[in-house]
Design a protein around this ligand. Sequence first.
Ligand code: NDP
Length: 246
Amino acid sequence: EMHNNNVEKYDLQEKVILVTGAGDGIGKEAALTFAKAGATVILLGRTVSKLESVYDAIVAAGGAEPAIVPLDMKGATYSHYEGMCATIIEQFGRLDGLLHNASLLGVLSPFEHIDHGNWHDLMQVNVTAQFLMTQALMPALKKAKHASIVFTSSGVGRKGRAFWGPYAVSKFATEGLVQVMADEYEGSSIRINAINPGATRTAMRARAYPAEDRNKLKTPEDLMPTYLYLMSDASLDVNGQSLNAQ
Ligand code: NDP
């Protein structure tokens, strides 16, 4: 079976990987997949019950015991992320992988109707929180022999589209941050890339396209080869790329 073959191909043994938005959708699948490949995963998200069920599934499958970080990135400040970094160094000694997966879709609407509070919250979660978390976690990432930072982009982060307002702008910002960081850290132990999942069967997609047939969409599981590749040592010389998972 393709999924299992890929889990065997990409070994994440000895890796400590933090996944944001690990309770649902693509992030949940990534956390389960990384654990299956041997990683110790840190599950960050805002709904504790969802994180707990991912934790249980990993332990039941015989994976390394995960850590749970309940956090709403909308309200989190730099000091939350500094505390996280200290705890990660204390518990694991380093951070080998950081998957920025959590994000808000917000409300799709015409430009003139974009709600100001919605714009602000979306930029806070999708852009500012990811910047603050990454900056605060650099000491833990620098302690890894090789570290991989993976951001999550979107088709509308490369070509704008009507009514996608703040979400699209936030994904352009993500692509920009990847390019800036990748140029800056080129040749170091840290590589920075993005993944565009493409249309995927999750709750977010269903909110954006309520009328489509979900069964025709790829599942989070279908995307995992790209996620495993960027987290594994197979991608050591890949930096500054924005890869399509489909
Ligand atoms: P989902 O909405 O299904 O899952 C997102 C996860 O992120 C949820 O677990 C959610 O928590 C968590 N999250 C959201 N906001 C916060 C916050 N403020 N603090 C902490 N955690 C938060 O999304 P997908 O799995 O579909 O999307 C994952 C990524 O892929 C996103 O970055 C998205 O933009 C991107 N993407 C998805 C596509 C698709 O077709 N699905 C296409 C292109 C890009 P909770 O469970 O509590 O709501």
